[in-house]
Design a protein around this ligand. Sequence first.
Ligand code: AMP
Ligand code: ZN
Length: 472
Amino acid sequence: MENLLALNACFMAIQLFDSLSRTLKPLKASQPDGVIRFYNCGPTVYAAAHIGNFRTFVVNDVIRRLLELEFGAAKVKHVRNLTDVDDKTIRRSQEEGRSLADVTKQWTEKFWADCKALNCLSPHEEPRAADPKYLKAQVNMIDVLLEKGNAYRSADGSVYFKVNSFPEYGALSRVKERDLQLGSALAGKPQTADADEKEDGSDFALWKAWKAEDGPNKWPGPHGASEGRPGWHIECSAMSKAILGETIDLHTGGVDLLFPHHENEIAQSQCCNGTTFANHWYHSEHLLVDGKKMSKSLGNLYTLDQLTAMGHSPMALRYALLMGHPRKQLNFTLDSLHAAESALKTLREYRATLPETTTGAHEVFGHVLTSLNDDLNTPAALGALFTIVNRKGGEADRASFDRVMFALGLDLKVEAPKAAVPAEITALAEKRWAAKQAKDFATADTLRKELTAAGWAMLDRKDGYSLEKAKS
Ligand code: AMP
Ligand code: ZN
């Protein structure tokens, strides 16, 4: 890592599109210590994250890596939360008759394992919303909002944020002109289970009073409120403040979080702290399947486990997720994984041709890094990389190439796993091998056709055979 950072010479500063100002802006540290404070909204841990979620986390991992290259690893503080208490996590624990902690621990560990397989760097801190320390931070923040008149208690002991107490509400999503009118028009009419308690349809819950379906999951609330649990939005405001301070340099998430989640975070934080919450907002676009957002609720998802069971490597998935511009929707296909696997093979072979001794010609890959720093243009970066790779030779050396692999987070040591061979396929192959040994070629041919129809290719050698899954 150190020698990667030492090669900083021709580095253009990273610029990202800022969703609030709607301009491309360089990333800067706002505090005198020069540390970039980076908060990325994390997963809700009630099931395996799908590869759409991982598009967002891989994109954020590239941001983290580019920040480290530019500012130095010690000057980047990356926080990503775990939503381990909300409607979905509680519902799942109630359905399964397990404690909330048990369910969320299982899916947190799965999330970590998938992140590791995808070569995502661990955030420096990963606060959990249900951690007593952070529950307290959330309650404290709600207390301040109540004191300042930005929040009110409802009859059932919940607490709501009063949207019209914050004139800047809507600046991020420009929602004011559209949905807020809708929200007001619907005020008084129940839109959600909570809506009948709100003073205005656009107000949102900071604290949710306990209901029977919450089971044993309840905690002491803010001043004068009932026992219950925090609303979802407050966790990010409270935890980012507790760890990174009142003003952060970069806040990110998938585009679906822009409204209402991030709009509400701004309202809560700025009303509580009286200062700018985040200097830069970056939102990456969705991964689609057949033109629709991949989501747990639509059930049109792939998990990393499903793809590895088909014989694809996590690194191929990472590569495929980077093939599209992060601020454009990307339609996922299994074919893109084949293309990614062969690109990784080319990169492995190319690296093997490079001299270990440093040639000092770091600018060889300058265009790749410049493309990444230019609003994370990953397809342009991969294009520039392959222009160099296909040219072969040149002045590149391993250190400069490895620096590019570090930025993209591509670990070339990871090979595609061999797909597990189902027992019935092994049985067919054994039968065919025996037929062939017995020179019963007609039976051997029939059995080969059966294997092919089942999606497997049998490769014969003199002394035995191997099985390969046919490309789907
Ligand atoms: P969740 O676990 O639902 O809170 O989502 C975790 C992250 O994944 C958030 O930043 C979402 O915006 C993001 N996300 C959800 N669905 C997709 C998708 N289909 N493509 C890309 N990112 C997504
Ligand atoms: Zn958040």
